[in-house]
Write a protein that binds this ligand. Structure first.
Ligand code: COA
Length: 200
């Protein structure tokens, strides 16, 4: 089910008294038809080097957790923000979600779009029963959503990351307690792979 939530309704005056800019937007589940616009936005915000990030190793050939790929759109349907969460193992005994990339169109920055995407994503993840979220990003931004370095002290990403940027947040208190070891993707088997495994 796709839920649409109007999270902001405001107008600001353009520069030099130009026409007002409409800052209304909605958060919705990402659809197949959004993928091209989402990729263009990510290219624009992060450039081609985004595919070299360590977090990408946990996302390549994987799918986001069901219902946890969200977009922000203007009232005329322009995609101005994206966020996705990916199922991972945090060490051998803990399940978590890896958050990212989170990106907002430069022309819509600092209008609450990033915060709305974060809050919706975290609320939906919690509602679905997920216990914790990991990410690599600016602590100055993510601290306000409860992300802290102390939750990832003993976790190891599959490549180089600045420890100050490797952050975690518990959705269920204590969920990351004792989490240690490698962060690895939760590999989803295709129907064909499941049948092959059963036949073997
Ligand atoms: C970071 C990003 C997602 C924030 O989204 P946004 O819609 O612009 O932010 P919001 O309107 O929700 O929040 C604005 C607040 O965040 C702060 N902020 C924005 N980016 C920040 C950053 N990188 N570090 C610290 N604070 C930041 C702003 O100063 C502002 O603070 P205030 O509320 O105290 O005034 C967006 O700017 C973006 O896509 N940036 C480029 C890609 C990126 O850096 N992605 C994730 C971080 S690793």
């Amino acid at each position: 089910m796709t839920r649409h939530i109007t999270t902001r309704f405001s107008f600001v005056l353009g520069d030099n008294g130009a026409a007002p800019i409409d800052l209304r937007f909605k958060i919705a589940s990402e659809k197949d038809a959004d993928v091209a616009a989402r990729e263009l936005l990510l290219d624009r915000v992060f450039g081609p080097e985004r595919f070299q990030k360590t977090s990408e190793k946990l996302r390549v050939n994987q799918a986001p957790a069901p219902g946890l790929a969200l977009v922000a759109k203007t009232t005329v349907g322009a995609l101005i923000g994206t966020i996705r969460l990916w199922p991972v193992f945090a060490g051998q005994k803990h399940c978590a979600l890896l958050l990212g990339p989170l990106a907002v169109c430069p022309s819509a920055k600092e209008s609450g779009v990033g915060s709305a995407l974060m809050q919706q994503a975290l609320a939906r993840a919690k509602l679905q029963g997920h216990a914790s979220v990991l990410l690599v990003g600016d602590a100055d931004y993510y601290n306000r959503f409860g992300f802290e370095q102390r939750f990832t002290d003993r976790l190891i990403m599959p490549g180089p990351v600045d420890p100050k940027r490797f952050l975690g947040r518990e959705l269920i208190p204590g969920a990351l307690s004792g989490a240690a070891g490698a962060v690895t993707p939760v590999v989803r088997l295709t129907r064909h792979q499941k049948l092959s495994a059963l036949a073997a």
